[in-house]
Write a protein that binds this ligand. Structure first.
Ligand SMILES: NC(=O)c1ccc[n+]([C@@H]2O[C@H](COP(=O)([O-])OP(=O)(O)OC[C@H]3O[C@@H](n4cnc5c(N)ncnc54)[C@H](O)[C@@H]3O)[C@@H](O)[C@H]2O)c1
Length: 134
């Protein structure tokens, strides 16, 4: 399919709220973002390496103070937000947003290994025409 048609298809699905958005890393940035995107009407799948965090989120228990558990519980119950440890979810995604840690060392140089790992894992399964955001 030509690039222009892929782009039009993506924009239409986003406008019509038929899109699936993956947020990789459900921490202080990723979880509030995932909730905001789900509240906007998109289906959200969070990809997170910490199994206990995935279990808590799918149980409606928020591990992040900015996100009330009641809100998370409602979105999970409505099927608007789910979490997984598997990158296979990125195969269905229209948009993948990476929000994994980038800790700095004593020289203030960021360690980008988690970003590289997440980008490579998502790129292995993402479909043509989908959008990836770092
Ligand atoms: N917290 C802030 O106020 C803030 C502000 C601006 C920018 N940022 C940036 O946002 C990014 C995320 O920061 P944060 O504060 O949300 O971090 P965080 O540590 O709160 O959350 C990151 C989450 O990503 C998960 N994770 C790590 N590696 C992963 C991988 N390969 N695949 C899937 N999940 C993985 C971790 O288990 C964790 O739950 C960083 O680059 C940070 O510099 C953070």
């Amino acid at each position: 399919m030509p690039d222009r048609d892929l782009k039009t298809g993506l924009l239409t699905r986003l406008h019509e709220r038929h899109s699936i958005v993956c947020v990789v890393g459900l921490g202080y940035v990723g979880l509030p973002l995932a909730v905001a995107v789900a509240e906007a009407g998109h289906k959200v799948i969070g990809i997170e390496i910490e199994e206990t965090r995935v279990a808590a989120i799918n149980d409606g228990r928020s591990p992040v103070a900015d996100v009330p558990s009641e809100q998370l519980e409602r979105l999970v119950a409505d099927g608007r937000l789910a979490a997984s440890t598997s990158y296979s979810a990125a195969a269905r995604a229209d948009v993948v947003v990476i929000a994994v840690p980038t800790p700095i060392d004593e020289y203030r140089v960021p360690d980008l290994s988690a970003v590289q790992q997440a980008a490579a894992a998502a790129a292995r399964v993402m479909k043509p025409g989908s959008l990836i955001i770092l």
